[in-house]
Design a protein around this ligand. Structure first.
Ligand code: ADP
Ligand code: MG
Length: 394
């Protein structure tokens, strides 16, 4: 990527507006953080700016307040953890624009950090509003975008803001862009992409782009049903997306990469944890059942392909992994990728990253992306709205 990073401009003693992605998950029905990965991944850039004596104004969204003030989505639920992890006090500002911010800044010393209130408390954020971006930018000298996971959103604090201030990538953003750019621009072959998850429609553009780049595409998850159907198999009650059957057929027939589909699957009589299930060959899927996971022969076949690859990118679980009877395919693929230490291995997608973390395999992957939608959009060949406006390297 030819984008300037925070390391390549002079930030000493500047006031920096840092867009981070602190959109953590909470335990259901509470404001207790269940996974603080996003906070942790944001630390290096914050620490870099602190070390360079910046006044650091951190801006983030949290959840979907849709332009109104929602107490449970206040950044106050983030500040304590952030402060603990940084091992320094954080000033929490109860707004993200206006006088409260300017006043706080006056008494904020260099090398100190303030956290702005949830930027999505303003409806103007998601509208990519010009005046709002101006107000956000007003106190700052420099804008740093480290919110890779939100950079597919053309929002005011992500996109419009780059019209207002010299804008550069943060260290997490840089890491994400480097890894994903390597996949698209100069992957070591053989390059295998594994796609699963619930639906084809979420991933069709990514799939189309990857079929031009990868040697092999492995399809699992609910997405496999649409491909199996387009290849002429009867897939029982498995939901398919009619609109994508012809694209799927086109990919199987015409593109340069080979598409590998399951040869056996675990099917169930209903979509539930305690459904009656069985393993069947894809030629024998009963009319009254639906695909819930890949079967053992498929897992073996997929694993062979993975082991013979030099680059692997994985997005989307192989089955309904949340339910134990249908989790085996996903777990065995995750373990196989983690064990394949000789390849560049990249994990993208919210659920897929969660599984890898849950299985304690994250540090055995080359990279676990913090982006879901952003990663997919990047892999589909798009330049992200939050990246377009960053300064180019000379
Ligand atoms: P990611 O967040 O990693 O991009 P997705 O959001 O695309 O992944 O898909 C995750 C969901 O896909 C999971 O909730 C999982 O239960 C579901 N899924 C996987 N396989 C199937 C299947 N055969 N039928 C229905 N849902 C599936
Ligand atoms: Mg998802």
């Amino acid at each position: 990527m030819n984008k300037k990073t925070v390391r390549e401009i002079n930030v000493n003693f500047k006031t920096v507006l840092l867009r981070a992605d602190l959109n953590v998950t909470f335990h259901p029905g509470s404001t207790e953080i269940s996974d603080d990965t996003r906070i942790r991944e944001s630390l290096p850039t914050i620490q870099y700016l602190v070390k360079h004596n910046c006044k650091v104004l951190i801006c983030s969204h949290l959840g979907r307040p849709n332009g109104s003030i929602v107490e449970d989505l206040s950044m106050k639920h983030i500040s304590k953890r952030l402060s603990n992890l940084l091992d320094m006090p954080i000033r929490l500002i109860p707004d993200c624009v206006g006088e409260t911010v300017t006043e706080t800044l006056k008494s904020l010393g260099h090398g100190n950090v303030a956290l702005l209130e949830n930027v999505r408390f303003y409806v103007e954020e998601e509208e990519n509003n010009h005046e709002f971006a101006q107000a956000l930018s007003a106190p700052a000298d420099i804008y740093v975008n480290d919110a890779f996971g939100a950079s597919h959103r053309p929002h005011a604090s992500i996109k419009r803001i780059t019209d207002m201030l010299p804008s550069v990538a943060g260290l997490l953003m840089d890491k994400e862009l480097q890894v994903l750019d390597t996949l698209l621009s100069f992957p070591t072959h053989p390059f295998t992409a594994i796609l699963g998850g619930a639906k084809v429609s979420d991933k069709i553009e990514t799939l189309k782009n990857l079929t031009e780049l990868a040697d092999t595409i492995i399809i699992g998850g609910g997405a496999a049903a649409t491909f199996l159907k387009s290849a002429g198999y009867s897939i029982g009650k498995s939901p398919i997306e009619e609109a994508h059957i012809s694209s799927a057929a086109d990919m199987i027939n015409n593109r340069q990469s080979s598409i590998i589909l399951p040869v056996d699957v675990i099917v169930a009589d209903s979509f539930s944890n305690d459904a009656i299930y069985q393993t069947v060959n894809i030629t024998d899927i009963p009319n009254n059942s639906r695909i819930m996971d890949i079967g053992p022969d498929t897992a073996t076949m997929f694993k062979e392909v993975i082991r013979s690859s030099k680059t692997v990118v994985w997005n989307g679980p192989m089955g309904v992994f949340e339910w134990e009877p249908f989790s085996k395919g996903t777990i065995s693929i995750a373990e196989c990728i983690a064990d394949h230490t000789k390849a560049m291995t990249v994990i993208g997608g919210g659920s897929t990253a969660d599984i890898v973390k849950y299985l304690n395999l994250a540090n055995r992957m080359t990279h676990v992306s913090t982006g879901g939608g952003a990663t997919l959009e990047f892999l589909s060949g798009e330049t992200l709205p939050g990246v377009v406006g960053l300064l180019n390297q000379n």
